[in-house]
Design a protein around this ligand. Structure first.
Ligand SMILES: [Zn+2]
Ligand SMILES: [Zn+2]
Length: 135
């Protein structure tokens, strides 16, 4: 016997069917019920198939160090997508460099006369008189 869920066949992703327990909507949008998968499978006889890839680990390669990492993330900068495994690698690739001291600019920095500085002091050392740290 197969139960139809409000007239629809029930489909279960293969990776979900491998779990020991299942939690599902219990008739309204406020209640959730949990049960063992085998207790769900017996009356419902869901169609099990490859219908979603939520649990499949997606590896992505960091464009700075080449590490393949499941927690890699993407940043969009000036219309280009970049992939990194850490903020350190993102900074290495994308953060501007102070025109005076050469450090990476991680905050807002100071932009003056077409150059980027980490702070007003560095800007003034390069002869930018009007630069002030905005605080
Ligand atoms: Zn990296
Ligand atoms: Zn500087």
């Amino acid at each position: 016997m197969s139960i139809r869920w409000r007239g629809l066949d029930v489909q279960v992703a293969a990776w979900l069917a491998e779990d020991e327990n299942i939690a599902l909507n219990a008739g309204d949008h406020t209640e959730l019920m949990g049960m063992a998968c085998r207790d769900f499978d017996r009356p419902v006889e869901p169609i099990v198939g490859r219908i979603s890839s939520t649990k499949e680990v997606t590896m992505a390669r960091c464009e700075t160090c080449g590490n393949e990492y499941d927690k890699a993330f993407q940043l969009s900068m000036a219309g280009t997508m970049h992939t990194f495994d850490s903020f350190e690698c993102a900074i290495q690739a994308l953060a501007p460099t102070c025109e005076h001291c050469g450090c990476r600019i991680l905050g807002h920095g100071v932009e003056a006369e077409g150059a980027m500085y980490c702070c007003a002091h560095c800007a003034s050392q390069k002869g930018v008189a009007a630069a002030r740290d905005r605080v």
